[in-house]
Design a protein around this ligand. Structure first.
Ligand code: CA2
Length: 147
């Protein structure tokens, strides 16, 4: 647990690589998972990687990792912009939280410009494509070195 990063993906991200490649790229979530695992291993870290379309499931995973894990990387999907429940769960966390968006939400529709999750996040990534997940893993490894 101490050496494990939880990577969470919210609604519709199971479709990654299958639709809207001009926004989200061609990689699937399985590709992202594999690259994060390989990178994390170089830091002696493990990855627990999950996707759900259900808000309560995401919250249950956050609760399970909120204390004692290496950190949480979360792409909450559209819940970013709507979910006070996910914000409350993240506010109960004692570990670093990296909010990760594949697209640059600030170049998109106005409703994507506000994030509840950012109120609890240690750091926020947007617009790095799927590479953002690896950058987030790298940053958690960096923070651990500093702890
Ligand atoms: O840019 C991101 O990573 C987002 O979190 C993705 C969410 C969107 O609601 C946020 O505003 C920004 C949407 C995820 C939908 O994922 C799909 C992937 C491929 C095809 C269709 C949907």
């Amino acid at each position: 647990m101490r050496d494990t990063i939880l990577i969470l993906n919210g609604p519709n991200l199971n479709l990654l690589g299958q639709r809207e490649p001009h926004i989200y790229g061609h990689e699937t979530l399985a590709d992202v998972e594999a690259r994060c695992r390989t990178l994390a291993a170089t830091f002696g870290l493990a990855i627990d990687f999950h996707q759900s379309n259900a808000e309560h499931q995401l919250i249950d995973w956050i609760h399970a990792y909120r204390v004692g894990s290496a950190g949480i990387v979360i792409n909450p999907g559209a819940y970013t912009h709507t979910s006070i429940a996910i914000l409350d769960a993240l506010n109960a966390c004692e570990v670093p939280i990296i909010e990760c968006h594949i697209s640059n939400v600030h170049r998109r529709e106005a409703f994507r410009h506000h994030s509840y999750v950012s109120l609890a996040a240690t750091a926020v990534m947007a617009g790095f494509g799927t590479q953002g997940y690896e950058l987030a893993v790298r940053h958690i490894a960096h923070l651990r070195g500093a702890r």
